[in-house]
Ligand binder design. Structure first.
Ligand SMILES: Nc1nc2c(ncn2[C@@H]2O[C@H](COP(=O)(O)OP(=O)(O)O)[C@@H](O)[C@H]2O)c(=O)[nH]1
Ligand SMILES: [Mg+2]
Length: 254
């Protein structure tokens, strides 16, 4: 059912097949059936309805996570910042301490879920098609499908971009924004909503600092301008530099 214009149809994906909509697709982006034009007031109303519906599902997820003592992180970043690499290295170091499960969000492919499963822990891939973020209802279904255990860590890797995932609460305990030094030190100012929504910023790929024009202090100043309470952990997921600070944070919070 299309939640945007109430036309009663599901949105087809790019191949023309109808897929279960795990995120949402705005009418301007959809193909296959014709939406009436939306005026601005109606568009605002529709977006408010979508967000409040998502918030209701997120609250339901959060209650479930609290009841079962499941600690949930929502990893957000631009594509390629190193979310999956960080996750794989984290799992290797912590999987003997408590059960871990992962939900992967990407527009297409099972690549990231395959990388997580190779570490020996359960992972479920959600393909969002044209949608640019995961939503709370999809997470609720995935948690049931994965049979996430009580007293465990659940990590959600969101679809890679610094815009859409900031508005959609999934019921997580914390959003963790991963920024890599190859992306430029001004990103916290350019995408303030994301850095405002996060509790921790992982500054990744510090092994590349000698080769890129990235001013760490400038980046931290911008990030704290947007979110004075943001905790920052600088590390290299591939080289392992300072990964201990990240796993210590997890162990202290889980
Ligand atoms: N040099 C360097 N490369 C990294 C680091 N972390 C990730 N990468 C590389 O960055 C690329 C994207 O990583 P990936 O984990 O897939 O990013 P994701 O899209 O955010 O999940 C891969 O080629 C990784 O090997 C790091 O700390 N240092
Ligand atoms: Mg990834």
């Amino acid at each position: 059912m299309c939640g945007i214009c109430g036309c009663g149809q599901e949105h087809p994906d790019s191949t023309g097949k109808f897929k279960p909509v795990t995120g949402h697709v705005h009418p301007v982006l959809s193909t296959g059936h014709h939406h009436p034009p939306l005026d601005n007031a109606r568009l605002v109303q529709v977006e408010q309805d979508l967000l409040s519906k998502n918030n209701a599902y997120a609250a339901q997820n959060r209650r479930f996570f609290q009841d079962d003592n499941i600690f949930v992180l929502n990893l957000v970043s631009s594509p390629g910042a190193g979310k999956t690499t960080l996750l794989v290295e984290t799992i290797k170091r912590l999987k003997s301490r408590f059960p871990i499960a992962v939900i992967e969000g990407d527009q297409q492919t099972e690549h990231d879920a395959d990388k997580i499963r190779a570490t020996g822990i359960p992972a479920l891939q959600i393909n969002t098609g044209r949608a640019c973020h995961l939503d709370a209802q999809g997470i609720g279904h995935a948690v049931v499908q994965l049979a996430v255990q009580p007293n465990s860590l659940l990590v959600i890797e969101n679809v890679g971009n610094l815009v859409c995932p900031s508005s959609f609460d999934l019921g997580e305990a914390h959003k963790i924004v991963v920024l890599s030094v190859t992306e430029g030190d001004d990103k916290p100012l350019k995408y303030p909503d994301m850095f405002h929504a996060a509790d921790v910023m992982v500054l990744n790929k510090i092994d590349l600092l000698p080769y890129v024009d990235f001013d760490v202090q400038r980046c931290l100043d911008f990030a704290r301008q947007v979110n004075p309470n943001l905790q920052v952990i600088q590390l290299s997921a591939t080289k392992g530099d300072n990964l201990g600070e990240w796993t210590d944070w997890l162990l202290a919070n889980v």
